[in-house]
Design a protein around this ligand. Structure first.
Ligand SMILES: Cc1cc2nc3c(=O)[nH]c(=O)nc-3n(C[C@H](O)[C@H](O)[C@H](O)COP(=O)(O)O)c2cc1C
Length: 189
């Protein structure tokens, strides 16, 4: 499949539909090497990756549920179950962390964040190229300071994606995509 066909067929597989097997260590190395080949103004490397797999996924879910229950004592059981399960489906979750120097004299924070976004997107495409399914998820734990602390982020770091990767249990139907005529225009002086 050439690159345009791959991009043309890219779609997310909901994390609940992802299962074993996940990528082998060799596939992970290839995937991550491709994922970090992104545009990077100033060559700042404004991102890093954190992999979550095996029993740590279950432990993470448990910690998130406990934290959520502490923060919202009236939270219902279904939401806590969702927290416990959310990292348990795909065998591999890659957290993409943006490392933003917002005092940089030349490179605006937005450009650093976008470079990190490209890493997340490359993970989606790369996973699909290797025959896996993937989904970019965020959720409350991406934006809650106490939850973010579970991942050991430095003050200048931001979680931007949890990319869930695994083998799709079923084919995902195509969704409606925007029509080009609605999003592409010519600019004229
Ligand atoms: C920054 C970002 C965060 C997202 N977070 C979520 C999320 O928390 N939950 C969710 O259902 N979809 C989320 N999505 C959307 C899905 O990853 C997916 O892109 C969307 O369902 C459209 O499907 P497609 O990728 O096949 O076009 C997020 C997408 C982006 C770019």
């Amino acid at each position: 499949m050439d690159l345009l066909d791959l991009i043309d067929s890219r779609r997310s597989t909901p994390s609940r539909q992802l299962g074993e097997p996940g990528p082998t260590p060799e596939q992970c190395e290839r995937l991550f090497a491709c994922a970090i080949r992104v545009p990077d103004h100033g060559k700042l490397v404004p991102w890093r990756l954190l992999t979550i797999s095996g029993e740590d996924r279950i432990a993470l879910g448990e910690r998130l549920a406990r934290l959520h229950a502490r923060k919202e004592p009236n939270i219902g059981a279904p939401l806590l179950t969702k927290d416990r399960e959310r990292f348990s489906f795909a065998p591999l979750i890659v957290a993409v962390i943006a490392r933003i120097d917002d005092k940089h004299p030349k490179i605006p924070a937005q450009e650093q964040l976008l470079s990190a976004g490209c890493v997340a997107h490359n993970l989606l495409l790369g996973a699909q190229a290797l025959g896996f399914g993937a989904q970019w998820l965020t959720g409350w734990m991406t934006y809650d300071a106490d939850a973010v602390a579970l991942f050991g982020l430095a003050p200048n770091e931001r979680l931007i994606a949890f990319v869930h990767i695994g083998t799709p249990r079923e084919a995902v139907p195509e969704r409606n995509r925007p029509a080009l005529r609605d999003v592409v225009r010519e600019w004229h002086a």
